[in-house]
Ligand binder design. Structure first.
Ligand code: UDP
Length: 417
């Protein structure tokens, strides 16, 4: 059945530059899910907050879905933790659109969008889903006093999980977390994140920047924030002579990158500074070319709700050494496509990497198995189809005819709400 689908992603626009401090996996996820659902024939609109006055009200993407910019607060980029007070205005603007669009499904991404979407869709007979991407309880556990999330995040997440038609979790670890929060698991489906297997392939011409200086190279990719655990890799380098580390990710514009300075100081203190290179923010289209330069891709976060980079590395045929946390417990097949190690344990990481770097045959076998695993389980076509199945069931249970089959095939184009 053809559905009309509204995706809501308050801070993570599918049009944003990826790799800056608040732009990462969620932006990629929303963009790819929107594209995948559109390829399946569904009509998709993504709602996000206007963070630049120059953005048009609606952008038709090359992938044939629309992005609508809703006015809520100043039209400038704000830290995502500052957006919570703006959510009533965001929900009001969204409501205006939903009343006209009348989608079959609203699928919110992140807790604030979940709150806005369940509020905006109230009484409209629309199936509402939420994917949290990250749970406040996990963040608080790991970051403690450094967690800058609004104080009521945990309560709001539980309310949203209960108010929505269903929760689309991305991995088994998240399901356990939701159960501990008191969410009824009958209303939880698991659909993983995906990878663009047309873009992430074994055939990418390797990027020649930064140039290789050591016999072995490991690459780590993500936003430059402490919880991504780059420090653990820098510490492991001490026990890995002849190995260089390339870190990709960072801020789009900021002159000073606090985390980079911290890592550089650590590397200097440990005497490995000459083996650590920062590639800065790498355009997403160049990511396969960077990953293909690696003997091993390392993902060593303290915690990770899902983690797209392991999927991207596997799709490129590169073995992965990852922390045994979150979504990577599902995505990385330990001893088959890579190795799982305890988080924040430089000795364990060095041992896993040392063994793998010394064994080119095992690396090649893991790489081959990774390609098969990524393509068969995690292509966005597979993920979009699984997501659409969840929607289908909910729409059928609501018993109404799908909106996309009722009226005009085209979505109404609205100006700013
Ligand atoms: N990424 C990128 N360029 C960078 C850094 C990251 O394109 O310089 C992409 C990376 O390829 C991946 C996403 O950003 O698709 C990061 O997603 P992940 O789930 O690993 O981490 P998150 O940022 O969501 O915590």
């Amino acid at each position: 059945m053809v559905l009309r689908i509204a995706l809501v992603s308050e801070h993570a626009s599918p049009l944003a530059a990826i790799g800056a401090v608040d732009a990462g996996g969620q932006n990629v996820h929303v963009a790819e899910l929107a594209s995948g659902l559109t390829r399946l024939g569904h009509e998709v609109v993504v709602y996000t907050r206007r963070d630049d006055p120059g953005l048009p009200a609606t952008v038709r993407t090359d992938d044939a879905y629309d992005v609508v910019h809703l006015d809520a607060g100043p039209a400038q980029v704000l830290p995502k933790d500052d957006l919570w007070p703006l959510m009533p205005a965001f929900a009001t603007a969204l409501r205006t659109h939903l009343e006209v669009l009348r989608p079959d499904v609203v699928h919110a991404h992140f807790w604030m969008s979940g709150w806005a979407a369940t509020r905006a869709a109230r009484g409209l007979g629309i199936a509402t889903f939420v994917t949290f991407h990250a749970l406040g309880s996990v963040k608080r556990r790991h970051q403690g006093a450094a967690d800058t999330s609004p104080a009521d995040r945990l309560d709001v997440e539980l309310t949203v999980a209960r108010r929505a038609t269903g929760v689309v979790a991305t991995c088994r670890d998240e399901v356990a977390e939701l159960a501990a929060m008191g969410v009824d698991l009958d209303r939880v489906d698991v659909v993983p994140c995906g990878v663009d297997v047309r873009h992430f392939t074994t055939g990418a011409a390797p990027l020649d920047h930064p140039p290789r200086r050591q016999p072995h190279r490991i690459v780590s990719v993500g936003r430059l924030v402490p919880r991504k655990g780059y420090a653990t890799i820098v510490e492991a380098l001490v026990d890995l002579p002849g190995v260089e580390l390339v870190i990709a990710g960072g801020h789009a514009t900021d002159g000073v990158e606090v985390e980079r300075l911290r890592l550089e100081a650590l590397a200097a203190e440990l005497g490995v500074a000459d083996r650590v290179q920062f590639a800065g923010q790498v355009g997403h289209f160049l990511m396969p070319a960077l990953l293909c330069t690696a003997d091993v891709v390392v993902c060593s976060p303290w915690y990770e709700p899902f983690g797209l980079v392991p999927l991207e590395a596997m799709a490129c045929g590169v073995p992965v050494v990852a922390s045994a946390v979150g979504g990577m417990l599902d995505s990385v097949a330990d001893g088959e496509t890579g190795l799982l190690v305890p988080p924040q344990d430089p000795a364990a990481l060095a041992a896993a990497l040392g063994g793998l770097l010394a064994d080119p045959q095992r690396r090649a076998a893991y790489g081959r198995a990774g390609v098969v695993r990524a393509r068969s389980l995690y292509s966005w076509d597979v993920v979009a189809a699984a997501t659409a199945e969840v929607y289908d069931r909910a729409v059928a249970a609501l018993g109404s005819a799908p909106a996309a089959t009722l009226g005009a095939g085209r979505l109404p184009v609205l100006g700013p709400a």
